[in-house]
Design a protein around this ligand. Structure first.
Ligand code: SAM
Length: 228
């Protein structure tokens, strides 16, 4: 899986993929990252990438020429625009996009990107939440991280994916690190008895209770699927 980030600030993203699980995945060649800077595609004298808005309005917008010339070279890729107006990015999107060979993110800055660029090149628009970030770099990194976890081989134990939150509409059951007793606080004894079906039952009950408490919206969805 190769991620291409179109960004004026590649260094905001690149370091993230050099560490921990994603750093290992990159070293193994399971994921690759490349960067394209719109400033290198400018044809104006001062390498400007932003312009005042047609008809006025607060702030500058990323102008079409550098981005269009850049994106013409990458039309074969799956092109994602992080944007507050996009559909909410969810776990099922992360799983779906992990099956693509090439995903390209176009990171906006300033007041965003000229709408004609979005109309012409976007395969999808995603929002990572109902708030406004300064730029698309964090949003793209968040999505690329979530996608990478689902690429074959990236997690040492792919089984852990199936137990994770959102996989079946429930949050993951609470987890406890060894030792079982720590400063007068105990993890559930049932987890140590080696009875796998009892442990699974307990984890499911804990996952349900946790989801009901923290995310009643997800819990209702889970129950609506006829699950108990
Ligand atoms: N003026 C735009 C608006 O009101 O919708 C906000 C532009 S924002 C300051 C600049 C860039 O940050 C956007 O083009 C997008 O790439 C990114 N961005 C900001 N908030 C985001 C969010 N919630 N999800 C995804 N991307 C976001």
């Amino acid at each position: 899986m190769r991620f291409t980030f179109v960004t004026l600030f590649p260094e905001l993203i690149s370091d993230y993929f050099e560490h921990s699980i994603l750093g290992i995945a990159k070293n193994k060649g399971l994921i690759q990252t490349e960067f394209e800077n719109p400033r290198e595609y400018t044809t104006n004298k001062h390498n400007k990438v932003d312009e005042y808005q047609v008809g006025g309005g607060a702030g500058l917008v990323m102008m079409p020429q550098p981005l269009m010339d850049l994106l013409e070279k990458h039309k074969d890729k799956h092109i994602v625009f992080p944007a507050p107006a996009g559909k909410p990015f969810r776990q099922n999107d992360a799983v779906r996009l992990s099956r693509k060979k090439e995903v390209l993110f176009v990171c906006g800055r300033y007041e965003g990107i000229d709408e004609r660029v979005v109309e012409k090149y976007a395969d999808e628009l995603f929002s990572i939440g109902d708030f406004i970030l300064t730029g698309g770099e964090l949003a793209s990194t968040v999505m690329a991280d979530a996608i990478s976890r689902n690429v074959d081989g990236v997690l040492g134990n792919m089984e852990s994916l199936s137990e994770e939150s959102f996989n079946d509409a429930l949050l993951e059951a609470p987890s406890f690190a060894k030792p079982k007793d720590f400063r007068n606080l105990s993890a559930p004894s049932e987890l140590l008895k080696g009875n796998h079906s009892k442990i699974a039952e307990l984890k499911n009950a804990m996952a349900m209770a946790k989801t009901k408490f923290f995310r009643p919206d997800l819990y209702r969805k889970y129950r609506a699927q006829g699950k108990r």
